[in-house]
Design a protein around this ligand. Structure first.
Ligand SMILES: [Zn+2]
Length: 304
């Protein structure tokens, strides 16, 4: 899938990635190689203040998801050594179920990464989805929710959309401090718990039920973190198609990538960069996919 152009785009995007640590987001050094980044947060909008950052995720004490406490997670996995690092690990969902695939389903998923460079709202995108009754799954970071409370309520109230967990601080999910695209990952099993459980607690409170799916910032994880996601009662959603290259693609690039999605694909794109090509590209790709006999589902309706 990688091409030289997309690799270059990923490298350029790396300079605007949202950091996981320390404190408010920073802009780490960009990467110069590797696969295209599927999940950057985009360039700083003109006039935006780096100091205008969201605060703590929910402010609430974090209840133990699925009855598993932080201490239990640390006891189970504190000494575990990961053997893998990337977009895939045991338990990661990268495609829809065989039944959904046979039926020609595609899942569009849109990340909202949060932070000072990633808390925009692409109203043209969601407006198109609503107008054409295209279901989608929205992966929301806690910082984005804090920055967009009224929009969150609108989206959560619309059955067209499924709300999912895009982390508390938008960290790659590592038990050993690995980084991805210049973003420091979580450092240990306890921080993996915090990254999942913080936003899960907030979403559970807001939605009245826990989210089913989790995707980390950058979509990176290791195999031990994958087990922690499972223990906490969520399913890690990977992707089949990198639809907008971390919101760096032009509308034509998005149309080409998303329009080529086959049956069973999970498409990853963004809903937090209204200045990018995502909305126009999705609007162009959706009719092509419908003409090709595809239809769209929320993740819960497509993974069995
Ligand atoms: Zn993200």
């Amino acid at each position: 899938m990688p091409s030289s152009r997309r690799t270059l785009l990923a490298a350029l995007a790396g300079g605007a990635l949202t950091g996981c640590r320390p404190g408010p987001d920073r802009s780490p050094a960009g990467t110069r190689s590797g696969p295209p980044n599927p999940d950057r947060t985009g360039a700083q909008p003109p006039g935006a203040s780096p100091a205008a950052t969201a605060a703590s995720p929910s402010g609430d004490a974090v209840p133990p998801p699925a009855g598993v406490t932080r201490e239990e997670v640390v006891a189970r996995y504190g000494a575990a050594e990961p053997t893998g690092w990337g977009f895939d690990a045991p338990g990661v969902i990268s495609r829809l179920s065989p039944t959904a695939t046979d039926a020609g389903a595609i899942a569009l998923t849109f990340d909202a990464c949060g932070g000072p460079q990633g808390s925009g709202y692409d109203e043209a995108l969601t407006g198109f989805l609503r107008e054409h009754r295209v279901p989608a799954t929205l992966f929301l970071n806690s910082r984005w929710i804090e920055a967009n409370p009224s929009v969150f309520r609108q989206l959560a109230a619309d059955p067209l959309f499924e709300i999912a967990n895009h982390g508390t601080r938008h960290c790659p999910l590592s038990v050993s401090g690995r980084s991805a695209y210049g973003i420091d990952g979580t450092r240990d099993a306890g921080e993996v718990f915090d990254e999942i459980a913080g936003n899960r607690a907030g979403l559970t409170r807001l939605l009245g039920r826990p989210p089913r799916f989790f995707r980390s910032g950058t979509a990176y994880l290791d195999d031990v973190a994958a087990r922690i996601v499972d223990d906490l009662g969520e399913r890690f959603a990977g992707f089949t198609v990198n639809g907008d290259g971390g919101a760096t693609f032009s509308a034509e690039q998005v149309r080409r990538e998303v329009g080529a999605a086959g049956p069973g694909a999970i498409v990853l794109a963004h809903m937090n960069q209204p200045g990018g090509g995502t909305a126009a590209g999705i609007a162009a790709a959706v009719p092509e996919l419908l003409d090709a006999g595809r239809h769209f589902v929320r993740l819960s309706d497509g993974v069995g």
